[in-house]
Design a protein around this ligand. Structure first.
Ligand SMILES: [Zn+2]
Ligand SMILES: [Zn+2]
Length: 273
């Protein structure tokens, strides 16, 4: 299946607030997002379409046409207050999860019959986004960073083999990285909060796990790595094992950037040799 993606941007204000809740309850649930007059973001929307390839034009859909359709939808959102100026968030909170679902409905309804919406990704900030593909589940993702030292060294290999396999990364005293971990959780959107997962709780859960590595030496200070090389593969699998039971079954995908060039991903399914 051929897919095509175009990126769009819009800027909007919003506020997380339920008028049927007390101020305390709103502030406890939504934190800073309950701020009285709202706050705002530069949103980035990646629209992915699929469909039958037109062999004459070589396109699934003319990008100019897609630009016009999505542009018309975003007119209602751009430089507006989502709660006050649009009709979509009178009875639901304009969370990233809810906004991406509203956009799906509006864009899907306008596409020509030969194309269909395949995926939407809406970034609220560079480290917070939601993914939606039209199903019951919405995916919410957040990126976290940690800085750690490590050394690649496998106890099962000789010193000479370790040096051969890992090269510079086998340096006895270690080296380090700024790691970025992208955590994707999925599930139904809770009607009262508009969220797939309690963001405050997710942040504190993930932070607590990453703080064991952050500003530490992974091999020397994290017992799981005492006898296991701290490769990106092993770290991402270790983090899955720590995070999955703490995130209520919602964890779907982890992406671990070791450097800007090295990416390791895991979805919980292990095939080892
Ligand atoms: Zn916000
Ligand atoms: Zn390294």
């Amino acid at each position: 299946m051929v897919q095509a993606t175009r990126r769009f941007e819009f800027s909007a204000a919003h506020r997380y607030w339920r008028s049927d809740w007390s101020a305390e309850e709103n502030e406890r649930t939504f934190g800073k997002c309950a701020s009285l007059y709202g706050h705002g973001h530069n949103y980035t929307l990646d629209v992915t379409i699929t469909g039958l390839l037109d062999t004459r034009t070589g396109m699934v859909m003319n990008m100019t046409e897609l630009k016009a359709i999505v542009g018309e939808v975003l007119e209602e959102f751009d430089h507006r207050h989502l709660n006050e100026d649009t009709p979509y968030f009178r009875d639901q909170i304009p969370t990233t999860e809810n906004i991406v679902r509203v956009l799906w409905r509006l864009i899907a309804a306008r596409l020509p019959s030969h194309a269909r919406l395949s995926h939407l990704r809406l970034y609220e900030m560079s480290d917070l986004w939601a993914d939606y593909d039209g199903g019951d589940e919405t995916t919410f993702a957040r990126a976290y960073t940690f800085a750690a030292a490590h050394r690649l060294h496998a106890p099962a290999l000789s010193d000479a083999e370790n040096l051969h396999v890992y090269g510079k990364c086998n340096n006895p005293n270690g080296h380090g990285h700024n790691y970025t971990l992208e955590v994707s959780v999925a599930g139904p959107v809770a009607p009262d909060t508009g969220m797939v997962i309690d963001l405050v709780q997710m942040d504190s859960t993930v932070r607590a796990v990453l703080d064991r590595l952050d500003f530490h030496h992974i091999d020397r200070e994290v017992s799981a790595f005492a006898d296991m090389p701290s490769t990106g593969e092993n770290i991402v699998v270790y983090l899955w094992g720590e995070l999955s039971p703490r995130l209520g079954g919602g964890l779907r995908h982890l992406r671990l950037w070791e450097t800007r060039k090295n990416l390791f991903e895991y979805d919980g399914i292990m095939i080892a040799r």
